[in-house]
Design a binder for this molecule. Structure first.
Ligand code: ADP
Ligand code: MG
Length: 254
């Protein structure tokens, strides 16, 4: 095994049994992801992307094969052990944000800490939550509830929540699926920034342009890896946002 691999899958399979039907959602995937990579999984609907993400995120276990996370074989761990690893090493971002509605941005961000074992006072909790909220550009919005925030801001809160435990890996399943293109670029900007700071990002998207913000694209098909390639012409979110602004200035002269 290469020294720096954060993720190593060895011939991973996942079969779902629903009633009489068996669905072989992942049919033998082997791969390595090194620390500091930014990977986008692509592929049509039903190709097994979410199933694989759930395994990578220790939310589900493979039916067959091995999964080593940071060198630890997690394929055979019990539920509570998986939860423990999840809390320490991983952060999650979802398409639908998954924020608690009647709860402030700050409280949403503090939530993962409340499950873990920490010895922080409530003042320290607040300080830490506000710091990650600031890091995703949400200073001044700490007291806002999700309904008082735009979609992009809600996704930022979700990213802050994913960061509160200082994870090594952030996993994001269709993080821009519910966002317009400008907001999607902003979210990719945050991911590129986090990645520059050394956080490994593993993302699922069905949009080719969004995948181009990553460094590596893996295309799934029928539960298998069809292609695995570095991104040749990588997009920079800063650059794309600037282009978008210039375009608007041309369209609406003063
Ligand atoms: P993708 O995210 O690429 O759209 P999924 O991983 O969600 O694909 O699904 C892969 C296949 O597994 C599909 O055929 C889907 O219907 C099936 N599947 C996904 N989750 C479940 C589940 N919990 N129970 C049964 N079948 C499932
Ligand atoms: Mg999916």
């Amino acid at each position: 095994m290469s020294k720096q691999a954060v993720v190593r899958l060895e011939d991973v399979h996942k079969t779902y049994h629903t009633g009489e039907v068996e669905v072989h959602a992942v049919r033998g995937v082997s791969l390595e992801i090194a620390a500091g990579e930014f990977v986008a999984f692509m592929g049509s609907s039903g190709s097994g992307k979410s199933t694989l993400m759930n395994i990578l995120g220790c939310l589900d276990r493979p039916t067959r094969g091995r999964y080593l996370l940071d060198g630890i074989d997690v394929s055979g761990l019990e539920r509570d052990q998986l939860a423990d690893i999840r809390n320490h090493k991983l952060g999650f971002v979802f398409q639908s944000f998954n924020l608690l509605a009647r709860t402030s941005a700050r409280e949403n961000v503090e939530l993962p800490l409340l499950y873990g074992q920490h010895r922080l006072t409530s003042a320290e909790l607040t300080e830490r939550a506000d710091k990650v909220l600031a890091a995703v550009g949400l200073s001044g919005r700490e007291e806002h509830h999700p309904s008082q925030l735009s979609g992009g801001q809600q996704q930022r809160v979700a990213i802050a929540r994913a960061l509160i435990n200082e994870p090594e890996v952030v996993l994001a399943d269709e993080p821009t699926g519910n966002l317009d293109s400008r907001t999607s670029i902003e979210i990719m900007g945050i991911f590129q920034e986090l990645n520059e700071r050394g956080i490994t990002i593993i993302m699922v998207t069905h949009e080719a342009d969004i995948a181009s913000y990553a460094r590596r694209n893996i295309v799934m098909r029928d539960g298998l890896i069809e292609q695995d390639r570095p991104v040749r012409q990588r997009l920079s979110a800063t650059e794309e946002a600037r282009k978008l602004n210039e375009q608007i200035e041309v369209e609406t002269p003063a």
